[in-house]
Write a protein of this length. Structure first.
Length: 365
């Protein structure tokens, strides 16, 4: 790389124009502000980091928008086991009076399973989609589709509708694939572990934020006089509004690679992955092991995001606001936990190469 080419970038880069210094914030006086650079052409690296991180974070808010509101939703949909009694009470008394132990709990459980099911399929397919369209368009499509299906959640009328809505909304979880792919082609191996871990962790933070934000939005609509049923339905448009704002910023203010549009050759490939490629990949025992490890790790987190608020509300009798705050404490660990894992992995890689990363992974598990 010539001196003129190196001077083009606002961040230090290697011979492949990948960023070698991960600094997500810069100081504006005493205040840290997101480091996005002056233009996307001169700092596509940090633009990609923030676009991928915000997309995944806000995707989580829509993905689990129902979770902290389930004590309200189950009452409005008539799912409580003692629904005949509950519907005779004043609206403010119905939520606490709901008994959810048999049929109600089964429906909630099925909805929670559905809330991660479609994500399994879309994540599997998304590798080929990104290779064909690039990370920018893929993220924009997922968030646009997410805005549509989250909004449709407001039309749910029964348990079957709740299960269907949560199933389709789970496609938003696939923004994680874009998150990791995009950062991997933008950052040098000396910092890519930290960049990927931070982008994924701060994205996962959305699973905690939604536990507080959705009940707050619901309470806001209740405070202006909306009935219980209308208030939670109106709340479903909050994540959609976030996506409508974020999608244009990602599309117009970020780019796929340091050179602009995505080109498959930067991966050393000549054609998009097909079914045979996926099959060959799965047959590798190392990939198979990683699938089980990740399903146990992230699967546990998804389970917690799904049930914590309802669990605290049902099992300990705390209010909706307090239950949501307690659920937030779990997701809030993503603020630092994943980043620390990435920093540790990069440190081990600098000393022992890939073997260092593997030991970091093994010890973390």
């Amino acid at each position: 790389m010539t001196a003129a080419q190196a001077d083009k970038w606002e961040v230090p880069v290697d011979a492949d124009s990948k960023c070698t210094d991960f600094r997500p914030f810069k100081m504006l006086g005493p205040v840290p502000v997101p480091h996005c650079g002056r233009r996307r052409q001169t700092n596509p690296h940090m633009r990609a980091f923030w676009a991928a991180t915000l997309a995944f974070m806000l995707a989580f808010i829509g993905w689990f928008a129902f979770a902290p509101l389930l004590p309200v939703v189950r009452v409005d949909l008539g799912l409580c086991d003692n629904n005949d009694v509950v519907q005779l009470l004043a609206e403010d008394e119905r939520i606490e009076a709901c008994v959810c132990k048999e049929g109600c709990k089964q429906t909630m459980g099925n909805a929670n399973v559905a809330a991660v099911s479609f994500d399994v399929l879309t994540r599997f397919l998304l590798g080929s989609v990104i290779e064909r369209f690039g990370p920018v368009k893929t993220d924009c499509f997922l968030l646009s589709f997410g805005a549509l299906v989250v909004s449709c959640g407001a039309l749910v009328q029964d348990g079957t509708g709740l299960i269907a809505a949560r199933f389709f909304v789970s496609c938003l979880g696939s923004t994680f694939v874009v998150n990791q792919f995009w950062n991997s082609i933008m950052f040098n191996k000396s910092v890519v572990g930290t960049a990927n871990a931070t982008a994924g962790g701060w994205g996962n933070l959305g699973g905690g934020l939604t536990q507080v934000l959705m009940p707050l939005v619901y309470r806001l609509f209740r405070s202006v006089g909306l009935p219980l049923g209308q208030a939670w339905r109106a709340s479903m448009f909050f994540p959609a509004a976030l996506y409508i704002v974020l999608v244009p910023w990602i599309y117009f203010c970020s780019q796929d690679t340091t050179k602009g549009k995505f080109d498959l050759t930067i991966l050393g490939k000549s054609k998009v992955a097909g079914p045979k490629t996926y099959l060959k990949c799965i047959m590798d025992y190392r990939v198979f092991l990683m699938i089980f490890q990740y399903s146990a790790c992230f699967g546990c987190e998804l389970c917690m995001n799904n049930i914590l608020a309802s669990h605290f509300y049902d099992a300990f009798g705390v209010g909706l606001k307090e239950a949501s705050a307690l659920a937030l404490s779990f997701g809030f660990m993503n603020l630092f936990a994943r980043s620390l894992g990435g920093i540790w992995s990069d440190w081990a890689n600098a000393r022992w190469g890939m073997q260092g990363r593997l030991w970091t992974h093994f010890l973390s598990l």
